[in-house]
Design a protein around this ligand. Structure first.
Ligand code: 3PY
Ligand code: MG
Length: 279
């Protein structure tokens, strides 16, 4: 990703909400379309999507072409998975199910080069332009990759303060669906206990100056999240957005079709009335 694009994104993230859908389609055209539509970032989803590393690399290329920041949600936290997606050019990594400060520290370390870091060094990777980027420049720039950690379980709530005080976290991301399941209300993201837990995470992060993100899938929940101070807002999923657009279009077409059928049957009645005319 162009450094300027990443820096501009970080400035927008610091000051106001940034918006991005998840992507589960494996065709880069969806990623490009999201970028051309103006989304700030896109979360390429390996946790709940089918893409493998090769497809992912092309999705990242699509994001770069359209100037939308590609964040990759890995399946889980192992350092090799985090290093792998950064090596092929992800601008950031989003790690699910962080429950303790140790897990948070390990995820941050896996995304960074340097003493005590967990990321393996190789310059012959796409992120280093196959070793054409000078080594020191690459290692420095690579450490600008965003680290987004998902808090989405009861244990994360128990360890909230220690997790969010780990340094190197760019965004704490609340996963409302997994949180609802962990709290005993699977899928009920509006359940009062779930809403209270979300509010608690948001308040604690705000008190420490940590940027908060979440996932929403209705305009109402987007509005509530933004009013509460969510700055990294993930709305829906590319294939869900496409499906919804198709359904809206179809209901418009069905309504137009029904109207035209109604007009025709009214029109069929008219010849007899015309026949009845004295003219
Ligand atoms: C969740 O709601 O659990 C998520 O991970 C959202 O993407
Ligand atoms: Mg989740």
């Amino acid at each position: 990703m162009q450094t300027d694009t990443l820096h501009a994104f970080k400035r927008r993230l610091a000051s106001g909400p940034v918006y991005g859908p998840f992507s589960k389609a494996t065709d880069p055209a969806f990623v490009e379309a999201a970028g051309y539509a103006g989304f700030d970032f896109i979360i390429l989803d390996l946790e709940h999507g089918p893409a493998g590393t090769q497809a992912l690399q092309n999705l990242i290329r699509g994001a770069e072409v359209a100037g939308v920041v590609p964040i990759v949600r890995v399946k889980e936290a192992p350092r090799t998975l985090i290093g792998e997606v950064l090596d092929i050019g992800a601008a950031g990594v989003q790690v699910p199910q962080i429950s303790t400060a140790d897990e948070a520290r390990a995820a941050v370390a896996a995304a960074k080069f340097g003493a005590g870091s967990g990321r393996g060094v190789c310059r012959f990777v796409r992120a280093a332009r196959y070793a054409t980027t000078p080594g020191s420049e690459y290692l420095e720039r690579a450490n600008e990759a965003l680290v987004v950690l998902q808090l989405e379980g009861r244990r994360a709530l128990d360890n909230l303060e220690s997790i969010i005080s780990v340094s190197g976290i760019d965004v704490v991301f609340i996963g409302p669906y997994d949180l609802s399941q962990s709290l005993g209300h699977p899928g009920e993201v509006e359940h009062p206990e779930v809403v209270q837990a979300i509010e608690k995470i948001v308040r604690s992060c705000q008190a420490r100056g940590v940027t908060v993100g979440t996932f929403v899938d209705t305009p109402e929940s987007a509005e509530r999240g933004l009013a509460a101070g969510i700055r990294y807002l993930s709305y829906s999923v590319d294939l869900g957005i496409f499906t919804e657009a198709c359904r809206n279009l179809l209901s418009m077409l069905h309504a137009a079709g029904n109207k035209s059928a109604g007009n025709k049957s009214a029109g069929n009645a008219s010849p007899s009335s015309l026949n009845a005319s004295p003219n």
